[in-house]
Write a protein that binds this ligand. Structure first.
Ligand code: ATP
Ligand code: PLP
Ligand code: MG
Ligand code: NA
Ligand code: MG
Length: 297
């Protein structure tokens, strides 16, 4: 599986701005994947703006699309990618999609960003937590929670690096061979923590990447991180460290450009949430210079 593949990406779509599929599809295409997006919602803009409008896809409508693909024998995917999911019925249908895709391709890699919330705030109905714990985590190949999501999924508080590593072990025992805590604020530092359980018998290989914190708030970066981790871990299936270094390095170059562009147009980037400069950063996505190095535990 070292060449590229075909990704089914079930995520949000925004008409303007870059979250969900809008922040995942283009980078995966740049990395050489065929990407087939299913838009779980279509909103005018992301939910951080004063208002938003649009439509929400339900589980039955999702299944209809899957049946359409199946009727034409178009269900062969190498990867499934999911992000924000707003209801239990939709999440249950996603679980049916996982089964269906694995019945066609038993080697399907399911990359799951278990979006529940951030910084102590839940964005989804409470009932989703147990569905993720009991049904989704067990079938995921790679899981990309943030610190708060790890806490919700494992019931463990993460206040030290050791807590983060312990929580990764707990998640491995529930299913996924690859776990990446995409952001954790621990002892004054912004960290990505990765953990790869290569075999049943051996302990996981674990590492961290320290990320220089930019004094600004971005949207779409979590979704972009997961997409880049999918992309680079397909190229380096046995080296999650390298995949994460490439993903974080691309992201930092993109965030630097984003902040500079806002500043150049006379806007103070620390005052509101910033739309990422995704298209303008295509060279850094295709060919990142590794600026952020992993440290092994
Ligand atoms: P999810 O969106 O899935 O819940 P998350 O909360 O980890 O995940 P972000 O907080 O957007 O998502 O962080 C993802 C990545 O984006 C981090 O690993 C980091 O590389 C980058 N990032 C986001 N905000 C900043 C920032 N202010 N300074 C530096 N890097 C940032
Ligand atoms: N999807 C939608 C519709 C959103 O409005 C948002 C954020 O506002 C996201 C996803 C999350 O983006 P991220 O967590 O990658 O910043
Ligand atoms: Mg976050
Ligand atoms: Na995440
Ligand atoms: Mg997020």
């Amino acid at each position: 599986p070292t060449d590229t593949g075909r990704v089914l990406s079930i995520q949000s779509h925004t008409v303007q701005g870059y979250v969900g599929n809008k922040s995942a599809v283009f980078p995966l295409q740049l990395l050489g994947f065929d990407v087939d997006p299913i838009n779980s919602v279509q909103f005018s803009n992301h939910t951080g703006y004063p208002t938003f409008r649009g439509q929400v896809l339900n589980g039955k409508q999702l299944w209809d699309l899957i049946e359409g693909l199946e009727e034409n024998q178009l269900l062969h995917y190498t990867h499934l990618l999911t992000g924000y999911i707003g209801s239990v019925s939709f999440l249950d249908t996603v679980l049916q999609v996982v089964d269906k895709l694995r019945s066609v391709n038993p080697d399907l890699v399911y990359v799951c960003d278990p979006v529940l919330g951030d910084e102590g705030k839940l964005y989804v109905p409470q009932e989703l937590i147990s569905v993720y714990q009991q049904k989704v985590v067990p079938v995921a190949s790679m899981l990309t929670p943030n610190q708060f999501e790890v806490e919700l999924l494992t019931g463990l508080r993460i206040t030290s690096e050791q807590d983060g590593l312990t929580a990764c072990n707990t998640l491995h025992n529930a299913g996924p061979r690859k776990v990446v805590i995409t952001s954790a604020f621990i002892e004054g530092k912004l960290l990505l923590i990765g953990s790869h359980k290569k075999t049943e018998e051996q302990p996981p290989e674990q590492f961290k990447i320290e990320i220089p914190k930019i004094p600004a708030y971005f949207t779409g970066t979590g979704d972009l991180t997961t997409a880049l981790l999918l992309g680079w871990s397909n190229k380096y299936p046995d080296n999650l460290e390298t995949a994460a270094e490439l993903a974080v390095s691309s992201l930092q170059a993109l965030l630097k450009r984003t902040v500079e562009d806002y500043k150049r147009s006379g806007f103070d980037p620390s005052t509101s949430s910033l739309e990422i400069r995704l298209i303008q950063s295509q060279d850094e996505i295709r060919n990142p210079a590794v600026t952020c190095k992993a440290v092994k535990y």
